[in-house]
Design a protein around this ligand. Structure first.
Ligand SMILES: [Zn+2]
Length: 557
């Protein structure tokens, strides 16, 4: 009997401790009877692929009063001078930096793709030959995982701090936009397969798609969205007054050679061409719709163990590459993204509770103007071409009695030497550096060629030098870094790109609102590496292992 009583008592104390734990996370707000969690129940990370910082101000007059961006401006914190502290400013490195607080030197994601100096082959950032596609017969689209990320992510730290009870999910059109932010110990990452029009995953996360993902795929939303065509949200005169012309020879034609201006008919893609939706604002709708499914079906934000949903909107990048930052397409894309965000936050208010979640919004990189647009307005810049550079170097090496094969790869501003061949031909590094640098530094587009491993002593402004050092990864970066002059874009006669250390590529938006966020504006210089430690400071948990950033304490209550 005594034993029974003891057992009963210990059960009771366990139960009341559990209750205490639940209640310790709650505090009564003074103005209402509603209880507000001390910590957010759900953190939503939003990356807008290719969003320039200046868009927040440029498009503000066209955003809705009850729109998504206004939520940050009215209720949250805006951080105005956030810079990317490394090279190259591309998608994979950006998503890795936001979620690790770290740089390519430490987290290992040296580019969207790189030449592996150890394995002597080209590698895509999320390649993983040991896993298989889940959710599509497209075998190559799903052989992906976060294997190449060397440090922990925000999601990993959420997991470690909660005895792996936090739910962590990544969603994006792009594989790398979902996988890298979700991190190593994620419950799932889902990305869009342009062949099937389905969201897919890999066996890294599980053998089958969750039912809610299959159910969503079965709705065939890309077809219904194609049926709506792409029409402008506002009167044409508004775009005319605020953008370049609608039709320009320097814009790409992703919807077919004849489709050069608004409105864009999309109905002909129904049932077949599922890749086209990426270059329309409807790509954002797909991602938002699946994000809502994740929240309700996985009960994210339903208890006091904080979950993390990493959402990356890739369509602004596809639209931006094709039409440039000054186009009608880009402006209309952001007007429609504002509506998608508004719908998403309204959903979160209802589903998770207005005071129970925290959102941050940033970009993985920004973008350059289209070079021909710049020339039209006498702004410096032009085209640069890495393939042509590789050919020129090869020809030069041949005339010196050497071989073009001494260069293994050029990409994302990196020139990789073929070290095994250098050894067998007894070509020393210094000589090759001199030959290649003196050839390229005569080109009108080149500012300077920097030897990566000696970047710390390069004769360029210190803040820029630091970005080269931060971007240098001995196993995965090239031997030389090409620093072009301002306004030069590696690409072709139509469209534009990004990847440089100039402000048009490296200055990104950073916005917060929700639980634990203090309303206000921060104007001092901050970095992309500060985002992850700001969120871990808000949560009171350890920052990711390789984080070199500092919490932006001004935004925290
Ligand atoms: Zn891009």
């Amino acid at each position: 009997m005594r034993y029974l009583l003891l057992i009963c008592l210990s059960f009771f104390s366990l139960f009341s401790n559990a209750q205490k734990k639940e209640h310790s996370n709650l505090v009564k707000t003074s103005t209402s009877k509603q209880t507000t969690a001390i910590k957010p129940k759900l953190v939503i990370g939003i990356v807008v692929d290719q969003m320039r910082w200046d868009y927040v101000n440029r498009f503000k007059p066209f955003f809705k009063t009850a729109g998504g961006f206004q939520r940050f401006i009215n209720e949250g914190a805006t951080v105005d001078n956030t810079l990317i502290p490394y090279l190259p400013t591309v998608t994979a490195c950006g998503h890795a930096c936001v979620y690790t607080g770290s740089v390519p030197a430490l987290h290992g994601i040296a580019g969207n793709e790189w030449y592996d100096n150890v394995k002597q082959k080209k590698v895509y950032c999320v390649d993983d030959a040991n896993v298989q596609t889940v959710g599509s017969s497209n075998n190559s689209a799903g052989q992906m995982s976060p294997l190449n990320v060397w440090t922990t992510t925000l999601g990993d730290e959420f997991k470690l701090a909660s005895n792996f009870k936090s739910k962590v999910i990544g969603i994006s059109l792009k594989d790398r936009g979902a996988i890298i932010p979700a991190g190593h110990s994620a419950n799932g990452a889902f990305w869009y397969d342009s062949k099937s029009g389905n969201f897919i995953s890999s066996t890294y996360y599980g053998k089958t798609l969750p039912t809610w993902v299959s159910n969503y795929n079965n709705l065939h939303r890309p077809d219904s969205l194609y049926n709506l065509d792409w029409n402008l949200s506002l009167a044409a005169s508004v775009y005319e007054a605020n953008c370049d012309k609608d039709e320009n020879t320097y814009e790409s034609t992703p919807f077919g050679k004849e489709a050069k201006h608004f409105p864009y008919a999309l109905k002909s893609f129904i049932g077949k061409d599922y890749g086209k939706i990426s270059t329309t604002p409807y790509g954002n709708s797909l991602v938002e719709e699946l994000a809502k499914q994740a929240i309700s079906n996985e009960a994210m934000g339903a208890d006091d163990i904080t979950d993390l949903l990493a959402v990356s909107f890739s369509s602004p990048d596809y639209i931006g590459h094709s039409f440039g930052p000054d186009s009608w397409e880009t402006m209309d894309g952001y007007i429609k993204l504002d509506e998608v965000l508004a719908d998403f936050f309204t959903y979160l208010d209802k589903q998770v509770g207005k005071d129970n979640y925290t959102v941050f919004l940033t970009a993985d990189h920004a973008v350059a103007n289209i070079p021909a647009f710049n020339s039209k307005h006498q702004i410096p810049g032009g085209l640069s071409n890495e393939t042509a550079m590789k050919n020129d170097i090869g020809n030069m090496l041949s005339t010196k009695g050497l071989t073009a094969n001494l260069i293994s790869f050029i990409g994302e501003g990196n020139i990789y030497f073929n070290h095994p061949l250098m050894d067998s031909l007894h070509v020393n590094q210094e000589k090759l550096v001199d030959l290649v640098s003196s050839l390229l530094e005569r080109k009108p587009e080149v500012l300077q060629i920097v030897e990566a491993r000696h970047a710390a002593t390069a004769a360029i402004p210190a803040s820029l030098r630091e970005r080269i050092v931060n971007g240098y990864n001995a196993q995965r970066s090239g031997d030389l870094v090409i620093i072009n002059k301002s306004g030069y874009v590696d690409g072709f006669a139509t469209g534009t790109s990004h990847g440089t250390l100039y402000n048009y590529d490296a200055h990104i938006p950073l916005l917060f609102f929700g639980n634990g966020i203090k309303k206000g504006a921060v104007h001092r210089e901050t970095y992309m590496t500060d985002i992850a430690p700001t969120i871990t400071a808000l949560m009171g948990i350890q920052m990711p292992s390789g984080s070199i950033g500092k919490p932006i304490t001004e935004v925290l209550q």
